[in-house]
Design a protein around this ligand. Structure first.
Ligand code: ADP
Length: 475
């Protein structure tokens, strides 16, 4: 993602803008009819005579709906890429998790940014977060806020006419059923395209796209292998198929092999299938497919522990020999010797994010597992503690035992603050991990090889890998 620096103007953080997405319809495989349908829109956007002559206008809105990971974002980027237009993206959830009054103004920001670079594309992912039916049950609160945002979208879409500033709005959702009907009316999202799970042939085509930059022994072997995987990957999304190839690539590199073989692909397929099925905790048997994920988790947690050392709670060792929802890193507890400052509370949120950040980095956002979910829970709890019970944040100077003690106004303030702390922590954690990625890799290798690693070895690796980087900057 590149902020539109090249197009000038500083831009609100929630909008991700790209001058050129660089994505084309060739990047999307399977379901060719979708491409044919969208190709027409690209033609109109590019002002091709054929369409002008026939008096065909571009729709104002296209709604892509289907399960997560099926390539909706990819298609939106491909439309922009093929038409050569700048791409402005936001997520529906970014409009509602905010202070009161912000949703509508963010919608305005998004549209005015896009308009000033028209012709251009707006993409709103998870549009259901802001565009759900009005007057329905108010799940999670913020109903009035959402309604303001939705009304603003409708106003903006009704505002622009075919002639002058052409802005195409693409929405994506996996909950078509809960969208407010007003959004689907003529002149708004009047083109609805379903993006479903790929068929067997579609899966093969998707695998081929993602095998483009991978090495196989021969073209024939590649075809045979990918066909076999396609056959056995029923109900897999494009994102999951992509991950199979990535994981097979990682396995191949770990074995120091030059080509991806059948063994690696089948192993990756097995891992992908097993990812979400292993919900058990504290079990002693660790299935093969989980070891890599656990090793990365432990390595990331260890690196963060080195980066934010706690003199009163040194760590001793870690391992990947059991499955627990908490990381396995062991500490020496020194009772009565705690001296925490605000920054230590913040750092503990950052540290708790490590399993999530590394999993997203290594396996992709669509292939995160319960490991990430547990880390998110832990980090959110720390954030809540800091906000509610210490009186050290913008929430106020009082102590609240429970979230339910808050009046609605404070509750939305809590939500916004928690969101802010979580964003900051994920960003900070991802900065620390990317600075020390070679240490993460080395610790992971040792864990996979020996099953465990002691503190002195962890410190040695951390120090030698971070020798060249700057001293840690405290947030
Ligand atoms: P969605 O927006 O529907 O959740 P994404 O577009 O984010 O899905 O898909 C995630 C990734 O999965 C894409 O960037 C792409 O690499 C891969 N992918 C998904 N579907 C396809 C497809 N049909 N062809 C090729 N790659 C795909």
């Amino acid at each position: 993602k590149v902020a539109l620096g090249s197009l000038g103007k500083s831009r609100a953080k929630f909008i991700s803008a790209e001058e050129k997405t660089g994505v084309t319809f060739d990047d999307f495989a399977g379901q060719d009819y979708i491409k044919r349908e969208l190709q027409e829109i690209v033609g109109i956007l590019k002002n091709e005579e054929e369409y002008q002559d026939r008096g065909i206008y571009c729709p104002k809105g296209v709604l892509l709906h289907g399960p997560p990971g099926t390539g909706k974002t990819l298609l939106a980027k491909a439309i922009a890429g093929e038409a050569g237009l700048p791409f402005f993206a936001a997520n529906g959830t970014d409009f509602v998790e905010m202070f009161v009054g912000v949703a509508a103004s963010r919608v305005k920001d998004l549209f005015s940014s896009a308009r000033s670079f028209a012709p251009s594309i707006i993409f709103i992912d998870e549009i259901d977060a802001i565009g759900s039916k009005r007057g329905g049950p108010d799940i999670g609160g913020g109903g009035a806020e959402r309604e303001q945002g939705l009304l603003q979208i409708l106003t903006e879409m009704d505002g622009f006419k075919e002639s002058t500033s052409q802005v195409l709005v693409i929405g994506a959702t996996n909950r078509l059923d809960i969208l407010d009907p007003a959004l689907l009316r003529k002149g708004r999202f009047d083109k609805i395209v379903r993006v479903g799970l790929p068929s067997k042939d579609g899966r093969f085509a998707i695998l081929k796209v993602h095998a483009r930059n991978k090495f196989f022994r021969s073209e024939e072997e590649k075809t045979t292998l990918l066909q076999e995987i396609a056959e056995h990957a029923e109900d897999f999304t494009g994102a999951e198929l992509q991950n199979i190839l990535n994981e097979a690539g990682i396995l191949t590199a770990r074995k120091d092999k030059d080509y991806i073989g059948r063994e690696e692909l089948l192993e990756a397929l097995k891992r992908q299938k097993g990812t979400f099925e292993t919900g058990q905790e504290d079990s002693t048997e660790v299935p093969e497919e989980l070891k890599l994920r656990l090793a990365y988790r432990e390595a990331a947690v260890a690196v963060l522990a080195c980066y934010f050392p706690d003199p009163y709670r040194p760590f001793t060792e870690t391992n990947i020999n059991s499955i627990r929802s908490q990381p396995n890193l062991q500490y020496v507890e020194t009772p009565g010797r705690v001296f925490k400052k605000k920054e230590d509370y913040v750092n503990s949120i950052v540290r708790a994010c490590a399993p999530r950040v590394i999993e997203e980095e290594m396996f992709g956002i669509d292939n995160m597992s319960w490991i990430s979910a547990k880390a998110t829970l832990e980090a959110s709890r720390f954030a809540e503690f800091l906000i509610l019970q210490t009186g050290m944040t913008a929430l106020g100077k009082a102590y609240y035992r429970y979230q339910n003690d808050l009046v609605p106004n404070l509750a939305s303030k809590l939500e916004a603050l928690r969101d802010e702390y979580m964003r900051f922590s994920v960003e900070k954690c991802s900065f620390v991990l990317s600075e020390n990625l070679s240490a993460v890799e080395s610790i992971t290798d040792i864990l996979l090889d020996k099953g465990e690693i002691k503190a002195d070895e962890i410190w040695k690796i951390f120090k030698s890998s971070s020798r060249l980087s700057l001293p840690p900057v405290r947030p």
